[in-house]
Structures are given as C-alpha cells and as structure tokens.
Ligand binder design. Structure first.
Ligand code: SAH
Length: 349
C-alpha cells in the first residue's frame, strides 16, 4: 500500500482503522491532492502524522532539470522511491502549461524509432507516481496566482504505453479530473496510444472524455508493421476503425500522430494514401519531424518538407498541423534523457 495511490474511500477506511474521526479523512485527502507528505499536513495532530509517515508514500522527486533558453520548456528527470528514473516535459503555450508525463518505466511496445523502448519495460507506474510528476513540477514552480495550477494540461506521451498500464492510468485520470481531486478538465488531457485496439474500446467506457491520440506513423500495414510491432497484432484498419468509433461516440476529434521519416513515409504519394485512409473521420493529423535517435539510424525531415506534407493533407481536406518543436536544445526524443543519465550513472558512454 502506498499513500499516494489511495482513493478517498480507501483513506476513509485507513483513518477509521487508525481510530481517527471521520473528518480527518477529508483533511488527509485534501493534502494528498496537493502532493503533501505526512509531515507537511500541518492541521493533523503530530501523532497521526507519525502514523501516516510509517506508511510508504510512493511519490516522486526531481533528480535533474534542464531548462530551454529558447522557449522555456523544462525537461525533468524524476526519481521514484525505488530509485528508478522517468522523464517529463513542461511546455509553455499561450493557453497554459502542458506537462507530458510518463506512464511506465521504459516501454514494451518496441517501436523502432523510440528511445523509451530500447531496454524494454522495467515496471508500470502507479497512479500516485503519475500524480507525483504533476506535484513535483508544481512544487518546483508554484502557480503565480492563488487557486491556479502551474500544470493546466496533461499529455500522456512520455515513456510508456498508457493502455498497457490500463487500470493505473484510468485510476490516475479519475483522480486528476475528479471535482474533489485535481479538477483538471478532461478536455485538457490527451492520452496517446500505439493502438491497442480492444483497450481503446474499453477506454471509451472507463475514462472520462479525454482526447485520444493514436500514433499512426504510416498509412499501410507493411510500413507500420516494420516500425511498430503492435501493428502485427492490431493492423492499421482495425486501429483506424477504433479511432473512428471513439470520435463518433464522444463527438471529439481523434488526433493521429504521424512522425515524418525521410524516405519512409513522407512523400506525396504517402500523403495521398493517408488522406484517403482518414477521409470521413472526425480527426486531426499532428505531424512531427522524427526526432532522430542515434541508436536507431532513422532520419527526420526538414521543417520545409514537413510543411509541404502538411499542405498536401490540408489540400485534401484533412486537418493537419506540424507540431511546434520545443526544447530542441535540451534533449530530443522521449526516453533520451533517461538513457543518457542511466549511462552516466552506470559509467557507460
Ligand atoms: N506509447 C504511446 C505514448 C508515448 S510516445 C504512443 O505510442 O502513442 C509519444 C509519441 O511520441 C508517440 O506518438 C510516439 O510514436 C512518438 N515518438 C516516439 N519516438 C519518437 C521520435 N524519435 N520522434 C518523433 N516522435 C516520436
């Protein structure tokens, strides 16, 4: 049991077992939704703080922090209580700040272009460890005005496959969106998946109506299977059908992520075929010039080529934008910072 993971009914049960009056549960719950540790829960009696301190917390600390002089993006390396490391990125937009957070330590999905998966998945993150990434950032950079949050938007696009850690991710989302939790609107949350089709259908039932992002990266099975092993289990048409169903049922557009890779998926005929595949679906295509991962030997495209590809899609009535590149001076693709620091710690190069 970890304090940071507990739901309100679980806190109530715990406090009643500790012989505390019921209102104490509400106090502890409020503190936990601010990421406070037992010793910081100043309106509790010292004896209760001691009892709570004896229980494992399951939180997150900041191990390293890289600040982009270019655009204010901050890349965080978080340390978990078992000394594992995960990454998060805080990006600044005109509407607020978006935290990109991790859902697993590493990843099992094996996508060829992704640094997070190179050493597989060490373990799933618990709900409290996903919340803890938000709390660590807000502790590091408190909101300027009382009653406001530093983190206004969340994307589950750091290391890990959210739908491969399904129950913990749903528990996290419930807590983040709950009125007596962090009260972040589902509209401000995106969950990105490589396309685990049965879980997408289940997610529609279990999760509040967050934005669903699908990592597509290709328009045909051959190219997609070469890059993303999951496509051999759930082929592209089944992924697109699941996305369409999500959009139809929620009335919200699905975002397709498409990393442009030179010589692989970035030509005019690729744009034509992609537009054809997505016709009639309430969707938006987010184009990302591939962040080259040296271990993988795949090339990105220039900004000009990305803009050209974007124009080819929009000319075909597919809504598309090129993702603004942020924090390019502080460590590229997800998983790279963690790998570099792990190598440093282990004395490799
Ligand atoms: N597992 C989830 C979420 C994590 S990855 C998913 O697959 O969607 C977040 C996004 O970054 C995904 O779209 C992923 O395909 C993309 N990505 C991973 N490595 C990348 C790279 N080197 N360059 C550009 N995008 C990358």
């Amino acid at each position: 049991m970890y304090l940071a993971d507990l739901t309100k009914p679980e806190i109530e049960r715990l406090l009643s077992e500790l012989g505390e009056p019921k209102y104490r549960a509400g106090q502890v719950w409020d503190w936990l939704n601010r990421g406070a540790r037992p010793q910081e829960m100043t309106n509790l009696p010292a004896a209760l703080r001691e009892k709570l301190s004896a229980i494992s917390y399951g939180g997150v600390e900041i191990e390293r922090k890289l600040f982009s002089e270019k655009d204010g993006t901050v890349k965080y390396l978080f340390r978990l209580e078992d000394e594992n490391l995960v990454e998060g990125v805080l990006m600044r937009y005109h509407y607020g700040n978006t935290l990109c957070l991790s859902t697993q330590i590493g990843c099992n999905m094996g996508c060829k272009f992704c640094a997070s998966t190179l050493d597989g998945c060490v373990r799933d993150l618990r709900p409290g460890e996903m919340l803890g990434q938000i709390f660590a950032v807000e502790r590091d950079e408190p909101a300027k005005e009382a009653g406001h949050r530093t983190v206004t938007n969340i994307v589950l696009m750091g290391s890990g496959e959210p739908l491969d850690n399904y129950d913990n991710v749903v528990a996290f989302l419930n807590r983040v969106t709950a009125q007596d939790g962090l009260r972040i609107s589902p509209r401000n949350i995106s969950v990105s998946t490589c396309g685990i089709v049965p879980k997408i259908a289940q997610f529609l039932q279990d999760a509040p109506h967050v934005t669903l992002s699908i990592s597509l990266h290709a328009h045909d099975d051959e190219t997609r299977s070469n890059m993303m092993p999951i496509n051999k289990v759930y082929p592209i048409d089944s992924v697109i059908a699941a996305a369409k169903n999500y959009a139809d049922k929620t009335g919200r557009r699905v975002v397709f992520e498409y990393a442009l890779i030179g010589g692989v998926n970035a030509s005019l005929s690729d744009a034509e075929a992609l537009a054809k595949k997505l016709r009639g679906i309430l969707c938006h295509v987010n184009l990302i010039p591939l962040n080259p991962v040296p271990e993988r030997g795949l090339a990105g495209v220039s900004r000009k080529e990305a803009d050209q590809f974007c124009a080819w899609l929009t000319e075909r009535n597919i809504s598309a934008t090129v993702r603004r590149e942020m924090g390019t001076d502080i460590e590229g693709a997800c998983g790279q910072l963690r790998r570099r620091i792990l190598h440093e710690i282990r004395g490799e190069n």
